[in-house]
Write a protein that binds this ligand. Structure first.
Ligand SMILES: NC(=O)c1ccc[n+]([C@@H]2O[C@H](COP(=O)([O-])OP(=O)(O)OC[C@H]3O[C@@H](n4cnc5c(N)ncnc54)[C@H](O)[C@@H]3O)[C@@H](O)[C@H]2O)c1
Length: 256
């Protein structure tokens, strides 16, 4: 087999559940996983965007199941994982990409805004891992990839809630990685820098310009520059030695 076809089939037959797959990084990971031969179960709360991604993938010959779900909902996420296991026969890879961002100066931040952020960007990751991990332990193999953010490492102004949620995702990833590795389940995070997706649409323009200027690379990233990292972490042997790592496609913003 040539090097190119080995790369193309890196995830051949793997059963991958991807949340936030309707847009941005999650949709790009769905495309990259499909190209690598994975079987997909895609979740998002936005039915319309999920349908667009599914139709695009099906046109290219990939079999895709989808479910509309709020990842902050404990019962719906449990049902989502069970449906994935029932449709695909198991779950080999879980990618937690669903997330939102809002902004507020800390002294004006409503408690509701904090609670909403923790629910959607942190508790959701706990829930999806919580329901998927037992299946992976039973299989004796699995990969979990959590999409954090470099702001979970360095913090962001007006983003105390988001930074705390993403730091929580990183802590959860490391602890879960230690507990799961003996069972053959490898857990890692990707902490991107600013990436051109709809998520940044609502972020202050001045912040974006200052951020761009401060980046060693001088530019934001594109989703196609993040998804290959998710392929690597899910692949065998490429991802076999990554345990509790936080990989940073971030234009040089954070250098751990
Ligand atoms: N874009 C960036 O600059 C950047 C940087 C670092 C980290 N991230 C993280 O990457 C992940 C993906 O972000 P993106 O940039 O692709 O954003 P995006 O807005 O393009 O995609 C996010 C997707 O998540 C879905 N979603 C949001 N809340 C949900 C919920 N409660 N239940 C189910 N689905 C939900 C949205 O409908 C959307 O399809 C997020 O976790 C985000 O925090 C993004």
């Amino acid at each position: 087999m040539s090097g190119e076809s080995m790369t193309l089939r890196a995830l051949h037959g793997r059963r991958a559940l991807i949340t936030g797959a309707g847009s941005g990084i999650g949709a790009s990971i769905a495309d990259a996983y499909a190209a690598a031969g994975a079987r997909l179960f895609l979740a998002d709360r936005d039915e319309e965007s999920l349908d667009i991604v599914r139709e695009r993938l099906e046109r290219n010959g990939t079999t895709v199941s989808t479910v509309v779900v709020d990842v902050a909902d404990r019962d719906r996420t449990r049902a989502m994982v069970e449906q994935c296991v029932s449709d695909l026969g198991g779950v080999d890879v879980l990618v937690n990409s669903a997330g939102t961002v809002t902004e507020s100066p800390f002294v004006e931040m409503e408690v509701d805004m904090w609670e909403q952020m923790i629910a959607v960007d942190l508790t959701s990751v706990f829930l999806c891992c919580r329901w998927a991990a037992p299946h992976m332990v039973k299989q004796g193999a699995g990969r979990i990839i959590n999409i954090a953010s470099q702001l979970g490492i360095k913090g962001g102004v007006g983003l105390v809630h988001y930074s705390a949620a993403k730091a929580g995702v990183i802590g959860l990833t490391k602890a879960l990685a230690r507990e799961m590795a003996p069972h053959g389940v490898l857990v890692n995070a990707i902490a991107p820098g600013p990436i051109e997706t709809p998520l940044l649409g609502g972020v202050d323009t001045g912040w974006k310009e200052a951020m761009r200027a401060a980046l060693p690379l001088g530019r934001f990233g594109y989703v196609e520059e993040v998804s290959p990292t998710a392929v690597l972490l899910a692949s065998d042997p490429g991802g076999n030695l990554y345990v509790g790592q936080v990989l940073g496609p971030n234009s040089g913003d954070v250098m751990p």
